[in-house]
Ligand binder design. Structure first.
Ligand code: HEM
Length: 193
């Protein structure tokens, strides 16, 4: 659905083979992961995995969440009449905030907005305001730090032990079912290192 609506607007779908065949990106992440050994899960592991330690991995995760935000649409209700730019928003108005469109807006992210380029997160600039995978404001996701740590722990543990490749049986079909998910699953081959 997402791919076809993008195609109807003349937007070429974003590349989905983010890491498959991308030796430079994977080796960079693996060297970070191997640099932080964690044979056994322990209480001192989390501080060692804080985002500033895994900087390249953080950029890869952020770029993936930008291209495919699981919560691709946020909703709000206007509490009282509000002026927003040139618009007067009446009370009770239901607002739909299209996160995926914001994440793919060339005016905010540049003409290469559909490309997988983790390095765009290397610079902290105004773009951060247009990055909303966990929402924003008072109702922002309470689990965002936990989720980010969980992703990096799982990814690090996998990279320390396996080489990954995308299975030839994988069919790219992002699908909206409350969140964005792969319609036919995500088949990945793990090769022990
Ligand atoms: C990649 C994983 C996750 C994503 C992309 C995500 C995304 C989001 C988004 C977009 C919202 C709505 C924010 C808004 O309306 O501004 C939200 C709310 C929320 N999330 Fe997450 N979330 C994730 C993981 C988690 C986890 C692991 C937990 C719990 C441990 C969690 C707990 C919550 C709760 C309780 C809210 C409601 C907050 C409120 O309304 O005050 N989330 N999340």
């Amino acid at each position: 659905m997402i791919q076809s609506s993008m195609a109807s607007q003349g937007i070429k779908g974003p590349p989905y083979k983010f890491l498959h065949g991308n030796t430079r990106a994977i080796n960079h992440m693996r060297s970070e992961a191997v640099g932080t050994p964690m044979e056994l899960l322990s209480h001192d592991m989390l501080p060692r995995l804080m985002p500033h330690v895994y900087s390249w991995m953080t950029m890869v995760v952020n770029e993936s969440l930008r291209l495919y935000p699981p919560a691709f649409n946020l909703t709000r209700e206007v509490e009282r009449e509000t002026k927003l730019g040139n618009y007067i928003l009446p009370a009770k108005l239901a607002l739909s905030l299209p996160v995926i469109a914001i994440h793919h807006n060339p005016l905010l992210w540049g003409e290469d907005c559909h490309l997988f380029k983790p390095e765009r997160f290397a610079v902290a600039d105004g773009v951060a305001k247009a990055f909303l995978p966990f929402g924003f404001g008072p109702r922002t996701c309470v689990g965002s730090s936990f989720a980010a740590a969980e992703i990096k722990i799982a990814l690090s543990m996998i990279l320390q032990r396996y080489k990954l490749s995308l299975s030839p049986s994988y069919v790219h079909a992002p699908f909206h079912m409350l969140t964005i998910c792969p319609k036919h699953g995500l088949q990945i081959l793990l090769h022990p290192l």
